[in-house]
Design a binder for this molecule. Sequence first.
Ligand SMILES: [Zn+2]
Length: 279
Amino acid sequence: MQQTIKNSIDYTGTGLHTANRVQLRFCPGLPNSGVVFSRTDMPNSPCIPARVEYVDNTHRGVSLKNDLCEVKTVEHVLAAINGLRIDNLIIEVSAPELPVGDGSAQIFVELLKKAEIVCQDGCESRLPIKILSPVWTSTKHGQKGHIVVLPSEVYQISFVLDLENSFVGSQFASFSISPEIFEQEIAPARTFGFFSEVEQLKKQGLAMGGSLENAVVIGESDFLNDLRFKNELVRHKILDLIGDLSLIGRPILGHVLAIKSGHDLNLNLARKIAEMADR
Ligand SMILES: [Zn+2]
């Protein structure tokens, strides 16, 4: 069965990069309509589907754009929707950038659960894309990042994060992604950044809404805030990956192994899987 939410629900927050104040509203979606953003601050509230073909920018977050409008930093909201196995949803936003919450997907999980996740009677379930042979991609030059999806009976993600030039070093985590695992083990993991980069980011007009309230900050020899999990950073990378791969628009049955991957590589894999499924 496809799933949506029973009731609409509202939240007001701030964008991580733009620091815009934004009203967010999750509304039930019709069967087979997928996840769609709507910009309520623009005339006629233009829409943009959460699909990989609309990815516009992946620098420090994922932006979607079509002829009508743009939405920025969509990955944490999309991770919550996909992690809870919601198929159809309208996400109304009153500004270009989605709210950051506490830097994780927790607030969005809470909102969606409060709105009550329901099965949509009388419509066929979404067919998962079953991975039958490996699909992979790597960063060009320097052989740094790699991502591959292998055949598996469940949706599993394993991730190696390596911040080799910092005290953090490498972190590893692996989960099979059920709504329960997502909610408990992944959704609370916050985004992160280096203290040494903050000034540079702000000069570029990024992270304008960033603070210790919505990001784990990595200092010279320690974190500047308390961690929620010992390996919180790699768990957040898995959260981002779930959001990125949700842009395929269908569930995946496969084991995704990512080594030092980021939005660019994640989305390259999403495109490859989507193309393969269309054939
Ligand atoms: Zn993130």
